[in-house]
Design a protein around this ligand. Structure first.
Ligand code: ZN
Length: 592
């Protein structure tokens, strides 16, 4: 009660300050909060000054954000009050930072089948050229030749699934086809070569048959089957065709297995401070992805985005406090790695190709019209993977052809990656059309591990390379930024991403200042999902999803490695700890 009294004593001051600040303070909660954390540096991601303390109500939302005195005054007899400076060099002087949890705007929690017999580790070569066709054939040959220890026959039973990860060498080799895999795998095994970037897969003939793909499989917009002169598919699958194939390849796993993969992903992600994933798990049709995400009972929130594997597939929305489903993702092109990013100029290291645009203009406009026919909002949101400049121009042209800024107002069309969104004309058009850009910090560090040359410097002439992966200039031009890791099957540290977006090793001038990067990775990502009024910043009434990093990222001049290797001491969703390394745990533990 004495604390209540103290609060009313400061009320006149609060009322006075309300008179001169444009934003009125929300009224004090009638019920005492369940948790108060004080003597911290609270980065609110609202653009306002840092706060010192937060209070969380029983509803899991922020009940107060303010100075230590303001927030502590709200404590009731049942409030757990935690001094965040207790473990600081000088107790009473804040040394711990509180940030909104990361909202990973672009990730793929499920990326493989747990029964895959994986023959090599892509981390050993990415983003380099990777194994040649001969080396991949040798991997399969070796695996199939392995004998049981007692010599009673081949180690691998017939029907085994064998996966080799590959890169540019394999994917751009015209000879790397189903026939090349068949020549070593024969008829009794399911062999598959998968591009490390998630774009480009080559399936052996038994694998294609197993997944119901015929020699004359018709294309679906947003992807394609490579074909030989006779029209027979070569086994090389791109984007929508690949998505459709993975529905079989990965989707053969049970719901429980897939939920287990999601759970494993999320259990690690919360240690990096992730509070929400905007997920595009592979291998499931939309309804199943929503079901499995619920089944997984993840420690974090998830937005399930629809990746249609056929035309007209239902992308039914879903909404609950922890799992939402909305938005439709399609692919305008591939990536520059396999030289399938659709570019206006030929690739420098393969001048016979300018990549591949997956859509005709008419197909893309038809998809856009279909989405525009629905009310604006997260459900009808369009997310387009577009990396090459020509693919990006095509997306902007299609937006203009389907009604331009007036039609797209409030629809928050998201460009995923936007790697080559640099022409002054397209940047201005994208800004006028209200485009949102999802950028991935770890995409800024693609350097060939063999020769140390940046991958894009190989693909493109210098005048193009120096313009790639803009960040700061897009923000300056008024585009809405959001960040995500693009992890496939395994989480990538958002702190690594943060270190990269705030330094941009390829283009330091395009690095984002720390505070802007923090906003993009929290409120920006929430906004890119129409959720800024629910979460993403530390404000009264919003979900109390926050983290305490192991490093004070607000400190000036932190070395790259300090940020890149940071983790979360603790991560809270709706005011409850979902990860806690023990260093901040109050005596008696967190009260749930
Ligand atoms: Zn992705």
């Amino acid at each position: 009660m004495t604390k209540r009294f103290a609060f009313s004593a400061v009320l006149p001051f609060l009322l006075l300050s309300q008179a001169c600040t444009p934003e009125p303070q929300p009224p004090a909660p009638a019920v005492a909060p369940k948790l108060i954390l004080h003597h911290a540096r609270v980065f609110t991601a609202t653009g306002g000054a840092d706060a010192e303390a937060v209070a969380v109500g029983a509803d899991g939302k922020y009940a107060a954000v303010g100075t230590n005195a303001e927030v502590l005054a709200l404590a009731g007899p049942d409030t757990q009050v935690v001094d965040m400076s207790a473990t600081c060099p000088t107790p009473g002087v804040a040394c711990k930072v509180l940030l909104p949890t990361w909202d990973d705007a672009h990730t793929h929690m499920v990326g493989f089948n747990p029964s895959d017999g994986i023959l090599n580790d892509p981390a050993a070569f990415l983003p380099g050229d990777g194994p040649t066709l001969e080396q991949v054939q040798a991997l399969f040959r070796q695996a199939l030749a392995a004998q049981k220890p007692d010599g009673s026959g081949p180690l691998l039973p017939k029907g085994s699934r064998l996966v080799a990860y590959v890169g540019t060498s394999f994917l751009t080799d015209a000879a790397a086809t189903r026939d090349a895999l068949d020549s070593v795998c024969g008829e009794d095994y399911l062999c598959l070569a998968r591009g490390w970037s998630g774009h480009g897969t080559v399936a052996a003939s038994p694998t294609l048959t197993h997944c119901g793909l015929s020699d004359t499989q018709p294309d679906i917009p947003g992807g394609y089957y490579e074909r030989d002169a006779s029209g027979r598919i070569t086994g090389k699958l791109h984007e929508a065709a690949e998505i459709r194939f993975l529905r079989c390849w990965i989707g053969e796993a049970s719901d429980e297995q897939l939920a287990g993969l999601m759970k494993a992903y999320a259990t690690t992600a919360v240690k990096y401070g992730v509070g929400r994933v905007q997920d595009m798990s592979l291998g499931m049709e939309h309804a199943r992805a929503v079901r499995v995400t619920q089944l997984a009972q993840l420690p974090l929130r998830a937005r399930v985005m629809c990746l249609p594997g056929s035309e007209g597939e239902a992308c039914t929305p879903f909404d609950s406090p922890t799992v939402q489903a909305s938005g439709t993702k399609r692919f305008a092109d591939g990536t520059p790695f396999e030289r399938a990013g659709c570019t206006s100029r030929p690739y420098q290291d393969a001048p016979w190709t300018s990549g591949h645009c997956n859509w005709t203009d008419a197909e893309l406009e038809s998809f856009f019209r279909q989405q525009l026919a629905q009310p604006a909002g997260p459900e009808s949101q369009v997310l387009v993977h577009a990396m090459g400049d020509k693919a990006l121009t095509q997306v902007l042209d299609a937006m203009e052809a389907t009604g331009g800024a007036a039609a797209w107002k409030g629809r928050r069309l998201r460009v995923e990656h936007g790697t080559m969104l640099y022409s002054a004309n397209d940047v201005a058009r994208a800004s006028a059309l209200g485009v949102y850009v999802s950028q991935q910090g770890n995409h800024l560090a693609f350097v060939d591990p063999v020769d140390g040359v940046p991958s894009y410097a190989k693909r493109f002439e210098g005048d193009i390379f120096v313009q790639m992966d803009p960040i700061r200039s897009l923000a300056t031009a008024g585009l809405h930024l959001n960040f995500g890791t693009d992890g496939v099957g395994f989480p990538i540290s958002s702190y690594l991403d943060l270190a990269l977006t705030t330094t941009h090793p390829m283009r330091p001038g395009e690095a984002l200042p720390m505070r802007e990067a923090l906003v993009a990775y929290t409120r920006g990502s929430a906004e890119s999902a129409f959720d800024e009024d629910k979460r993403g910043s530390i404000q009264v009434g919003l979900d109390a999803d926050f983290q305490v990093p192991t490093v004070d990222v607000l400190q000036e001049g932190l070395p790259f490695t300090a940020v890149a290797s940071a983790m979360a001491h603790a991560t809270f969703i709706a005011g409850k700890p979902v990860w806690d390394d023990g260093s901040l745990t109050p005596e008696g533990g967190w009260r749930q």
